[in-house]
Design a protein around this ligand. Sequence first.
Ligand SMILES: Cc1cc2nc3c(=O)[nH]c(=O)nc-3n(C[C@H](O)[C@H](O)[C@H](O)COP(=O)(O)OP(=O)(O)OC[C@H]3O[C@@H](n4cnc5c(N)ncnc54)[C@H](O)[C@@H]3O)c2cc1C
Length: 315
Amino acid sequence: MLVEEVARVCASSSLFVFITRLACAAILGHGSDELRYRVVPKAATGEWQGSYCLSEPHAGSDVASMSTRAVRDGDHYVLNGRKTWITNAGVSSFATVFAKTDAEAGSRGISAFLVERDSPGFSVGKLETKMGVRGSPTGELLFDDVAVPAAHLIGEEGAGFGYAMEALDGSRPIVGAQAVGIAQGALDAALQYTTERAQFGSKIAEFQGIQFMLADMATRLEAARLLVYRACAMAEVGAPGTAKASAMAKLFASDTAMQVTTDAVQLLGGAGYTRDFPLERMMRDAKVTQIYEGTSQIQRIVIARRLLQEMTSGS
Ligand SMILES: Cc1cc2nc3c(=O)[nH]c(=O)nc-3n(C[C@H](O)[C@H](O)[C@H](O)COP(=O)(O)OP(=O)(O)OC[C@H]3O[C@@H](n4cnc5c(N)ncnc54)[C@H](O)[C@@H]3O)c2cc1C
């Protein structure tokens, strides 16, 4: 609800809130007490922002094909590699980094590490110039012989892929909440404009063609909100079926945000296409909700896999 309300006005600001939560997820769920006490209080007060480092230039949707390596050397691991598309690059104080500790073991060879900002060899690379969420920095993080204390391994070696997916299952409904917030902000603006703007001697909201658009936008938005709230409630208690419910919520809410913001621009006519109104920004911001934390295609893969598993297991 916090993310939804902030995103109603500014999607970039809402991203600051949930990306640090995503960065903390594996530490909270599987980290030692030492790691939790080191990171979580500072993240909770806002003193530290975090980054979640999964994506790489050649490993986007197929994250298990990552090439960042972590090699054990005494009481340290040495990390080498490049992470791309990292939210909070350059502003985060800590990063949860996924790297291969066993190159031959596929997804079972991935481990998770806490890397702190001042670690020698850890640097920020290219920052992206993006279509939307331009208030939130996105860029590369580079690891060049970064020595990470073995105590900063999160949970068990080789279990990192599971932690990464678990974190995303818990976070995808929050991307859905961001999408719902963006769509609500667009609907608010469209309602205000259509009840003020007059053409052909009437407020444009009095035309049935406009009312039908508003009705469809509001109905779709409400359906998205309910899917998101349901998935959040399931994720909160770790209910069976959370992964499917989360993917459905993100898929539907992000498509809704795209549809509602596009329709809202239309309802403002030329004004919607200018920067005098926030609608064009909302439309650009909505687009990313169909891409990050797994694209809409990947959400469909998750949903279909779970459906088929349920069918074969008879549940
Ligand atoms: C603003 C922004 C912030 C981000 N923040 C982070 C972050 O903080 N941390 C992080 O780790 N990552 C982050 N990402 C990365 C994001 O998660 C990836 O962009 C996303 O997972 C897609 O990967 P990709 O861009 O490599 O696309 P690709 O995987 O190359 O996909 C390209 C296209 O192919 C489709 N596709 C791929 N595989 C299949 C398939 N099997 N079936 C059907 N279609 C398929 C995709 O859906 C997409 O349409 C961010 C991205 C953006 C844009």
